[in-house]
Design a protein around this ligand. Structure first.
Ligand SMILES: Nc1ncnc2c1ncn2[C@@H]1O[C@H](COP(=O)(O)OP(=O)(O)OP(=O)(O)O)[C@@H](O)[C@H]1O
Ligand SMILES: [Mg+2]
Length: 181
């Protein structure tokens, strides 16, 4: 019987998940699996990876799978783009909000207060954060951290790690042992 880890779940569920996306269809499939889990709608998810790794692409697939229609703009210039998540068709999951951040151009910590980012991070809803390294120390631990690395052949090596109990349960549901969702 494994001992509980610091996130309150058995240690074997806290191990990061290593995935390979051969192409964008694999990226979309993983986003759909995550979107099927209601807890994702209240999660904070960091996206690590260099320029062009595929962070925005994955976020777009996740938001589409959560029912967002219309254009999903990259927040590169605005830093944040808000989205409305519609209730699911069966009415089991209520409507909610999502906030897609890209902190690549974030430089002034004063902006954290002035632009209201502190409030957004404290509010309920899904937070998707590109370039979280730029706001290190300003937020609490993310529920999930994805690290995406592009290979020379265009495939992506992906690592998914949990930082909270919510993240650990999402990660456990994503793990191959959990079976298809
Ligand atoms: N899983 C994938 N498989 C193949 N190509 C991909 C994949 N993900 C993204 N791409 C391609 O890589 C390019 C860059 O993707 P994207 O804009 O999502 O990167 P990013 O990590 O958000 O970059 P930035 O740091 O500039 O925000 C796009 O042309 C996209 O089509
Ligand atoms: Mg991007």
């Amino acid at each position: 019987m494994p001992l509980d880890g610091p996130l309150g779940v058995p240690n074997h569920l806290n191990r990061p998940l290593a995935l390979t996306w051969s192409d964008e269809a694999d990226c979309a499939a993983m986003a759909r699996r995550l979107a099927a889990l209601p807890a994702v709608r209240g999660a904070c998810i960091e996206l690590h990876g260099g320029l062009g790794a595929g962070k925005t692409t994955w976020v777009r697939h996740l938001l589409r799978a959560l029912g967002v229609t219309g254009r999903i703009k990259s927040p590169s210039y605005a830093i944040v783009e808000p989205h409305v998540l519609p209730a699911d068709a069966a009415g089991n999951v209520p409507a909610g909000e999502a906030w897609h951040f890209d902190f690549y151009r974030f430089g002034d910590p004063q902006e954290w207060e002035d632009a209201g980012f502190r409030e957004l991070f404290a509010a309920p809803g899904l937070k998707l954060v590109e370039w979280p390294e730029r706001i290190a120390g300003l937020t609490g631990p993310a529920d999930l951290a994805l690290t995406i690395e592009a290979s020379i052949d265009g495939s992506r090596a992906v690592r998914v790690a949990a930082g909270t109990a919510r993240g650990a349960s999402l990660l456990a549901a994503l793990s191959p042992a959990a079976g298809p969702t």
